[in-house]
Design a protein around this ligand. Structure first.
Ligand SMILES: Nc1ncnc2c1ncn2[C@@H]1O[C@H](COP(=O)(O)OP(=O)(O)O)[C@@H](O)[C@H]1O
Ligand SMILES: [Mg+2]
Length: 326
C-alpha cells in the first residue's frame, strides 16, 4: 500500500528582520500508511510542533518561516499546493488538534455554534441535518449531555470537555489524517487516561491515520506503531515503537525512556537527562546531543553523525552505531 503521507528531508528555516537564518527543524523524514499511528517524541523545544504545523503549512501564514523538502500527501506535494488549495485540505482532509485546547476555541461563541460553523464550512447540510450532525459528533467524543454543552461557552468547560470539543472540531470535516499535538498535556491524570482511551477508540472507529505528538514515551507506546525521536530539531532515532521501547539505542532515547513514568509498574527509579535542549540558534557543533551525552567521544564533538540505517525499519543518528549501520 502506498503511504498516505511521505515526508522527505523536511527543513524549516526562520528568517529574522536582519535576514539571519536559523534552522528550526531539519532532516525529518517518515512514511505513514493508511490506518497507521506515528508518534513524535522529544522534550519541549525539540521541534515537534514546528514539524506538525509544516504538514498543513499553518505556521507559514504569518511568520518568517520557510519550509523545504517534500511533504507528499495523497500523491501531491503539499509545498506545491496554492494557499486556496490548502484551505480545502485543512480540516476536510487533515484534522488538527492543537497543543492548547482552550486557545483553539473561540471564547465569544457557544460550543454548539462553533461546531455548526465548522460543519457548515466543511459540508453543505440542511439546518435539521446540521443539528443532528452536531449531536452525532458530540456523542462520538463521548459527551453525554449534548444539550447543555451546546449552550456553553469555552470558559465554562473543564479541561477534559474542552479537549473533547477540540477533537470533535478536528473530526467535523471527516478527515483522513489527524494530527494531534500533545492533546493531553494540559489535563489531570484521570482525564488524560480517558482522553487517550477516546483517541484510541476514534482511531479505530474512523480508520484514521494519525500523527501523534507527546513528550511522554509511555503515551506514545499506548497509541503509536512507529515513533520518531526528535532532539534539537532533528530525528535522532526512528523505528517501531515496540522495538524502541524494548531496546532504545540512542543515548537520548535511553534518557527519555528512563524519565518515563510507567503507570503499570510499582517501583520505579526515575531519572532525568542533565542539561537542557539547545535553542535553534545555539546548537553545538558535531552531534547536537553531545553536550548532554554520557557516552560522548571525540568524533561526537567534531562531526554530526548521519542517520545510520540498521535495518529497513530502524535508524539511529549516533556514532556508536557507525559499524552496524554500514
Ligand atoms: N514561529 C517561530 N519563529 C521562530 N522560532 C520558532 C517559531 N516556532 C517555534 N520556534 C522555535 O523552534 C523550536 C522548536 O519549537 P517547537 O516545535 O514548538 O518545539 P516542541 O513542540 O517540540 O516543544 C523552539 O526553539 C522554538 O522556540
Ligand atoms: Mg509543541
Amino acid at each position: 500500500m502506498d503511504p498516505i503521507l511521505q515526508v522527505k528531508n523536511l527543513k524549516v528555516v526562520h528568517k529574522n528582520q536582519k535576514q539571519d537564518k536559523t534552522v528550526l527543524v531539519e532532516k525529518v523524514s517518515f512514511n505513514l500508511k493508511k490506518g497507521e499511528v506515528l508518534g513524535f517524541v522529544g522534550e519541549s523545544g525539540c521541534g515537534k510542533t514546528v514539524s506538525c504545523l509544516s504538514i498543513t503549512r499553518l505556521h507559514t501564514l504569518n511568520s518568517n518561516l520557510s519550509i523545504s523538502g517534500e511533504i507528499v500527501f495523497d500523491n501531491k506535494n503539499i509545498l506545491d499546493i496554492s494557499e486556496k488549495g490548502m484551505q480545502d485540505i485543512r480540516g476536510n482532509r487533515i484534522g488538527y488538534v492543537f497543543q492548547d485546547p482552550s486557545g483553539s476555541l473561540n471564547p465569544c461563541f457557544t460550543i454548539g455554534n462553533q461546531i455548526k460553523e465548522v460543519l457548515k464550512a466543511h459540508n453543505r447540510l440542511s439546518k435539521s441535518s446540521l443539528s443532528l450532525t452536531v449531536d452525532t459528533l458530540l456523542k462520538q467524543v463521548a459527551i453525554q449531555d449534548t444539550h447543555s454543552i451546546k449552550k456553553k461557552y469555552p470558559h465554562e468547560l473543564s479541561g477534559g470537555q474542552a479537549q473533547r470539543i477540540c477533537l470533535a472540531l478536528a473530526l467535523a470535516g471527516n478527515p483522513e489524517l489527524l494530527i494531534a499535538d500533545e492533546p493531553t498535556t494540559a489535563l489531570d491524570a484521570v482525564t488524560r487516561v480517558q482522553i487517550i482511551e477516546l483517541i484510541k477508540h476514534l482511531i479505530k472507529e474512523n480508520n484514521l491515520t494519525v500523527v501523534f505528538v507527546s513528550h511522554d514515551l509511555e503515551l506514545i507506546q499506548k497509541l503509536c506503531q512507529q515513533v520518531l525521536v526528535l532532539y534539537g530539531g532533528a530525528v535522532l532515532e526512528s523505528g517501531f515503537t515496540k522495538d524502541i521501547m524494548k531496546n532504545p539505542l540512542h543515548p537520548y532515547t535511553q534518557g527519555l525512556s528512563k524519565c518515563t513514568v510507567h503507570l503499570d509498574k510499582e517501583q520505579q527509579n526515575l531519572s532525568s537527562i542533565e542539561g537542557t535542549v539547545p535553542t535553534p540558534a545555539n546548537r553545538p557543533k558535531g552531534c547536537r546531543f553531545h553536550p548532554r551525552c554520557s557516552q560522548c567521544f571525540s568524533m561526537c564533538r567534531e562531526k554530526e553523525p548521519p542517520l545510520f540505517q540498521l535495518n529497513n525499519y530502524r535508524s539511529v543518528r549516533c556514532w556508536l552505531f557507525e559499524k552496524e549501520g554500514f
